[in-house]
Structure formats: structure tokens, C-alpha cells
Design a protein around this ligand. Sequence first.
Ligand SMILES: Nc1ncnc2c1ncn2[C@@H]1O[C@H](COP(=O)(O)OP(=O)(O)OP(=O)(O)O)[C@@H](O)[C@H]1O
Ligand code: NI
Length: 313
Amino acid sequence: MLLNLDKLQVYFTVGRSVLQAVNEVDLSITERTKTAIIGETGCGKSVLAAAIAGILPDNAQASGTITWENTLLSPKLLRTIRGKELTLVPQNPLGSLNPVLTAGCQVSETLARIKPELTSAERYHNTLELFGTVGLAQPGTVYRAYPHQLSGGMAQRVLLAATIAGTPKLVIADEPTKGLDINTRNQNVLLMHQVFAASALLLITHDIEVAATCNSLIVMYAGELVEAGSAKEVLKDPLHPYTCQLLHSHPSHGLTPIPGLPPDLTSLPAGCRFANRCALYNKLNNSQKQLCLTEHPPLKPPGSTTAVRCWHA
Ligand SMILES: Nc1ncnc2c1ncn2[C@@H]1O[C@H](COP(=O)(O)OP(=O)(O)OP(=O)(O)O)[C@@H](O)[C@H]1O
Ligand code: NI
């Protein structure tokens, strides 16, 4: 097992209230698997990623256990693997590059940090090789180019070259396709799957088509996992009412918005967090509804490979 989360919990103290951003998340990621996380805005996707990468803000309090290759992921271990075996893909490629350094210099500097034993000639050579790996056609020209001379797509490739310099085992990408048109998005996703073929990928997205490119899919709602399973199965045959309604809110499935809003994370309901917006809830009898409103449903594997947090799914 590459990464394992056991009851990961993240709270924020905001003034006098406590905001439950991530609640008891259990999650396992094996080597080379591609996992997508989807869910509406504010459901805790980025906070979960930040907790794994150890970059939570100061007002966050985390609990639970994270293990990396079956060893407790201590701050010390995290310092040795971050930026190498565990890397993050930045959201805005052009903005993430230093405007006063050439593309080659930046990747070469990353290499110097990760592999201090390399000579500068070796770093130059390795950088050109990395540029080739990410599909940059004229590595020498790109090496000498400043960020403003690169297109968005080229900048993305330069950043990915820097990311694979450390031969990552896990790559976390938080909405890498945000704001891109469909063509660029498809190219980017394809490129990431090529470049990170040997790595595990945790891909946070709002985009169901992007999620469909992964093997596993995790659906989050109000800080919790509500459904987890194979991406193919979950997208074809969603079990949790939230997943069904989320998929139906997508343009390709009729654009039916989910009514209402997610609960306030500073005062969560005792029962199911989705009950007030749930289409299935409305079809239940009174005693079934009572269960939804009073008992918090556990995430249970209903016999198949998919796990669902719902009393009645
Ligand atoms: N530093 C912080 N202080 C207080 N609350 C925070 C902080 N960072 C995040 N939150 C809250 O934690 C919750 C989860 O936020 P998060 O950014 O993980 O959502 P998300 O699923 O990534 O949403 P989006 O899709 O919009 O990126 C939100 O309610 C957010 O307001
Ligand atoms: Ni986010």
C-alpha cells in the first residue's frame, strides 16, 4: 500500500466556531492507481489533499493516521518525500513558473535540489531528457525560453517535467484543468496520464469526464466520503443519491441542479448530511425518514466493490 488514511479529520477554528472540513476519511491508494475525487465546492477536496501533503494552514487541526508505504507519515518523513516521491501539480502553470528564469534553469534547479550529486552538465542533459519525456519537441529551444515566451500548454509541460524529475510515487493534482477549454483540458488530462503512468495519481476535479479517466472514484459531500469504488462502475451505476443527483446536474445528463445547499459545516445535522436535498428521502415512509434524520449513516460496502454512505441506497 502506497498511502493509507485512517479516520482522517480536519477541523478549522473560525472565530468561536469549529468548522468540520474533513470528517473520518478512510482511503487507500495503491501504487500506480489513478483516483479521482469529485464533489461540490466546499466539500473538503482541497483540504483533504492539503492534509495528505502536510500543507494545512495554521488554523487547521488534523487527527487520524496517514501512512506512507506502511510507515507512519511523520513530519520528518514528509519532509524527505515531499517534492520528490510525493508531489503536487500546481493549478496555474504559467503563474507557477518564475518569470525571470528560463524554463531550463527552473527544471535544472529542481534537479539540483532533488539530486545534489549531479554536475551541472548532467543536470542540463537530464533536463533536456525530461523535456523530451513530456513531449516538448525542441528541448534546447525550450531550455533557453522564458515563461512569457511559452504557450500555456508548453508551460504545463515544463512544470510536469519538473514534477517527474523526482520520480514521484504519488502525484496530487488539485483541479489541474480548471478554467481550460475542452480541447486543452482533454490534452492536459491525456498528458498527465502519460507522464504519470508509473505514479499513483490523486486527481481532484469538478469535471465528470476528467474523473472518468481514472480507475477509482471517490465522491465527497460535506467533508465525508459518500461513495467510493471503481470509476467506471460509480459513473455508470451510482448508488448514493448524491452521486446520482450530482451526475444528473452535469450538462451531458440533463443539467438538473441539486436543490438547496450543503449543510453548514460549523453546525452539522445529526443524521445524514444530504437528507435535506435528497431525492430518495422524499420517496421514503416516515420511519425510514426518521432514520435518515437521526442516525448518521456509516460508509458501508454493500457486498460489492463500491462503498456507500446511505441507509436506503
Ligand atoms: N483556512 C481555512 N479556514 C477556515 N475554513 C477553511 C479554510 N480552508 C478551507 N476551509 C473550509 O473548509 C471547507 C472545505 O474546503 P475545500 O477548499 O477543501 O473545498 P473544496 O471541495 O476543495 O472546494 P472547491 O471545489 O471549491 O475547491 C470549506 O467550507 C472551506 O470554507
Ligand atoms: Ni478545492
